[in-house]
Design a protein around this ligand. Structure first.
Ligand SMILES: [Zn+2]
Ligand SMILES: [Zn+2]
Ligand SMILES: [Zn+2]
Length: 350
């Protein structure tokens, strides 16, 4: 019997269709062997030696070389084709920018718009064109996480930016346009609806129970131990109860933590360990998997207000099942892989 499950973070529903239960081998397209990717590609703007093909770097970790020269381990550059532009660019008239105004449903807001300001950066995570998250050492992964945190902090300080979205697209179904491994960071001039919904749900839960929704969820899942994919001292990886996607996972700090920007070096290392193990497992299960990684984390409050009710986390959405009519039209998802089965494949108890 299929089961209709409710997701406590997003408020959406998923039909967990266990009779269609799918194991890694059933996802044919994610198992197709592709041509091996070379270590460097002369035509790739993110490869070593092609630094002049990107806008000048804003941050880099280097063994040698000057800015915009080879010798880097991780390199951050503004996106050459940005979705949003910083306010310093000529096309933006700061007089027209008021990020306090939000659209309302009334007769004047029918055509609400504002200039597309913000930021769009690319974190080139490795000099290797064929690097993957499952291949990196813990040291390398720690440096990538530390770099994401540095840029996250800088962009959060921009007065026009309301929310900083860190994400990584991988594979053709994940929307990756360049093969060279990279994260992206977009600074948005508004609080996006997905995050507002989660914030609202955290607040609602806290007002009813006095506790943090995520802390309680993690505690419950740890006790049950049916959907835990892996864990270390500081982080846990869960296959969410109402997973929308097959083999979806959620990476969460085990101790209450409001924002990614407060991650210290030891925790960054533990997060790197979890990333390395999780993506090694994904790459072992599927030879070519498309996915999106999405960070949900609020900026540190600017003034000494009460800290927001939130607990940061990272979603991993493998693109194994497609968003079709029911998903698009009703935000009800059909997931053919029960999360308990997914957890088992990751080495959990299931
Ligand atoms: Zn490359
Ligand atoms: Zn918490
Ligand atoms: Zn979330």
């Amino acid at each position: 019997m299929p089961e209709l499950r409710y997701d406590i973070l997003s408020g959406t529903y998923t039909i967990t269709a266990s009779e269609r239960s799918k194991r890694p081998n059933d996802f044919r397209s994610a198992q197709e062997h592709k041509e091996p990717v070379p270590e460097t590609d002369p035509g790739c703007p993110f490869c070593v030696g092609n630094e002049s093909e990107t806008p000048p770097e804003v941050y880099a970790l280097r063994d040698s070389g000057a800015e915009n020269e080879p010798g880097w381990r991780v390199r951050v550059v503004p996106n050459k084709f940005p979705a949003l532009r910083p306010t310093e660019t000529e096309e933006v008239d700061p007089g027209r920018v008021d990020t306090q105004i939000t659209p309302e449903v009334d007769d004047t807001s029918m055509y609400w718009s504002m200039p597309g300001i913000g930021a769009h950066e690319v974190v080139v995570e490795s000099p290797l064109h064929n690097g993957t998250l499952g291949d990196y050492t813990v040291d390398e992964m720690t440096e990538i996480i530390e770099t994401l945190k540095q840029r996250y902090r800088v962009l959060c300080d921009d007065k026009y930016i309301k929310y900083v979205q860190i994400f990584r697209n991988w594979g053709p179904q994940g929307g990756a346009s360049l093969l060279h491994p990279h994260f992206q960071i977009i600074g948005l001039p508004l609080m996006p609806p997905e995050v507002s919904t989660e914030m609202f749900r955290f607040r609602e839960y806290e007002s009813k129970t006095g506790r943090c929704l995520m802390c309680d969820y993690v505690e419950r899942e740890t006790e049950k131990d049916e959907r835990v994919a892996l864990r270390n001292e500081e982080f846990i990886v869960l296959c969410p109860f109402a997973s929308r996607f097959s083999f979806e996972t959620l990476i969460v700090p085990r101790k209450h933590s409001v924002t990614f920007s407060e991650l210290d070096n030891d925790k960054a290392r533990q997060l790197a360990e979890v990333f390395a193990s999780l993506f090694r497992a994904y790459e072992d299960l599927f030879s070519s998997l498309s996915y999106n990684i999405v960070f949900h984390t609020l900026p540190t409050p600017r003034r000494s207000r009460k800290p927001p009710t939130d607990h940061w986390h990272i979603h991993v959405y493998p693109r194994l099942n497609v968003e079709a009519g029911l998903e698009k039209g009703a935000a009800v998802w059909i997931n053919p892989t029960p999360p308990e089965l997914a957890a088992l494949q990751f080495g959990g108890k299931g």
